[in-house]
Design a protein around this ligand. Structure first.
Ligand SMILES: NC(=O)c1ccc[n+]([C@@H]2O[C@H](COP(=O)([O-])OP(=O)(O)OC[C@H]3O[C@@H](n4cnc5c(N)ncnc54)[C@H](O)[C@@H]3O)[C@@H](O)[C@H]2O)c1
Length: 451
């Protein structure tokens, strides 16, 4: 989008809160006057040609998508909309929203077919925490539209990204451009999020089975991930996904399918497994300690590293569940300083202070800073000695050396298993020879102490 002016209109304020990291495109754009902000629709629309609609798409109580923000944005801009405007829907919206918006725009502007602005669906696949990088280096750019000239105009906007011709661009990995129908573009966004959520729930289901059969799910996942048809990403067992998108989009897809007379059993199971996963951690705590009057320290609160977003965060649900069971909850997070409506969670700015007097620690978010905590120091501040690794990031031996009892998710038979060797150069006979030594080492891992 080099050389173009970008004007952002948000109904709430003229000076939006910008990401902390002024990455390429934001700080640079502001400094050079290529990026400006306004809350005035006339100013935003009069001098623009392509209008990106990025408003939220919150859930209604039944799980369906509330299109009110999209509608109010379209209505607010109606007096200034022209035939040569292209409306680009970035917001994640249900299938057929493109058609609905075309009709709405026709109504609110009074412009007939051929005169009303054209609408292109351009779903966004970026991830929170790496938004700018994902936007600049996407795997694919999907444009769904009925009007070829409108799609061409949006392709021109994306040309520098498609060709990776910008400072820091990677010309060896240009994104794939997909030109398609609005329905495919809209459905593909939901399908992608539902599939990623399904991968996480799948490995969590496997983790719960591994706990019972005595296999380490982390190693099972490694073996699975080596199959190029499966891929290694999103196969880390743990507390399940959080955040605003997966749950919202999965709910929306389930509701849409039901409204069309189809019962999406797999999608429902994906959601149920995710919800149950939080309770698996509670059950693991209860195997070791009586939660009534116990102190449990949560390490990490945001739904994933790199963001302060608590929407759908497992930590919030865990804290609530623990409180209901009579436990005192303390917490540390590198960026989160409070949880709205939960003043009883004692959040400290120092992880070791958070562990003072704790009966158990639960690693909730795999922030890099939490992986390198001094476990011995944490243990010395605690009353108890339990560490529940909700993201399977610690090495059980390292935890044991710090004097802590380790509980992961799906790593049930740690004391008995042989370590997996993925290096083809390590032949099985050598592995056999080192087995005795490995068995010795594993004896240091304490067994489960069910109270
Ligand atoms: N956040 C992500 O990582 C992500 C990733 C992919 C897709 N999405 C999708 O993008 C959309 C936006 O998500 P978000 O996280 O940026 O939401 P958000 O709530 O953080 O931002 C939406 C913005 O739209 C503004 N807004 C609402 N109504 C408006 C109106 N009528 N006129 C002008 N501005 C208005 C709000 O003030 C707010 O600043 C959602 O559909 C989401 O599913 C988000």
């Amino acid at each position: 989008m080099r050389g173009r002016k970008r004007l952002c209109r948000d109904r709430r304020r003229r000076e939006p809160r910008l990401p902390r990291a002024k990455g390429p495109g934001i700080g640079h754009g502001l400094e050079r006057g290529h990026l400006a902000f306004t809350d005035d629709p006339e100013e935003a629309l009069s001098n623009s040609h392509i209008l990106f609609l990025c408003v939220g798409s919150p859930s209604l109580p039944d799980g369906s998508v509330d299109l009110q923000p999209l509608e109010s944005a379209a209505r607010a801009g109606a007096p200034w909309l022209r035939a040569d405007h292209v409306l680009v829907i970035k917001t994640t919206v249900p299938v057929r929203t493109n058609a609905w918006l075309r009709q709405l725009v026709g109504q609110v502007t009074g412009l007939g077919p051929g005169q009303a602005p054209r609408v292109v669906s351009n779903p966004e696949f970026l991830r929170q925490g790496t938004a700018i990088r994902d936007f600049l280096h996407p795997d694919r750019i999907v444009l769904g539209g009925e009007d070829d000239r409108a799609v061409d105009a949006v392709v021109r906007i994306y040309r520098p990204i498609l060709e990776q011709r910008f400072p820091g661009g990677d010309e060896s990995r240009p994104p794939t451009l997909v030109r398609t129908t609005p329905e495919v573009a809209e459905a593909a966004k939901y399908a992608a999020n539902a599939f990623l959520a399904a991968k996480v729930s799948f490995i969590n289901e496997m983790a719960n089975i591994c706990d019972r059969v005595g296999a380490d799910v982390a190693e099972v996942a490694k073996v699975m991930g080596l199959d190029h048809r499966i891929g290694a990403d999103f196969l880390q067992a743990g507390l399940g996904w959080g955040g605003s998108c997966f749950a919202k989009d999965l709910d929306a897809l389930i509701v849409a399918a039901r409204q069309l007379g189809y019962e999406p059993q797999l999608l429902e199971a994906v959601r149920d497994v995710n919800e149950r996963q939080r309770q698996v951690v509670i059950a693991k705590l209860q195997q070791h300690i009586d939660l009534l009057r116990a102190q449990v320290t949560l390490l990490g609160l945001s739904f994933k590293p790199g963001t302060d977003d608590l929407r759908g965060a497992p930590a919030v649900e865990l804290a609530r569940s623990l409180r209901i069971r009579g436990a005192r909850v303390t917490a540390f997070d590198p960026v989160v300083r409070g949880i709205q409506g939960m003043p009883y969670v004692g959040i400290t700015e120092d992880p070791y202070e958070a562990a003072d007097g704790a009966d158990a620690l639960v690693l909730v978010t795999d922030w890099p800073a939490l992986r390198t905590l001094d476990l011995t120091q944490l243990r010395s501040r605690m009353r108890g000695d339990l560490l529940v690794d909700g993201r399977n990031v610690f090495h059980p031996d390292e935890v044991a050396r710090a004097g802590l009892v380790y509980e992961g998710l799906g790593r049930g038979a740690l004391g008995k298993r042989r370590r997996l060797t993925l290096d083809w150069r390590a032949p099985w006979p050598a592995e056999e020879r080192s087995r005795e030594a490995a068995d010795d080492e594993q004896e240091a891992v304490p067994g489960r102490r069910v109270s």
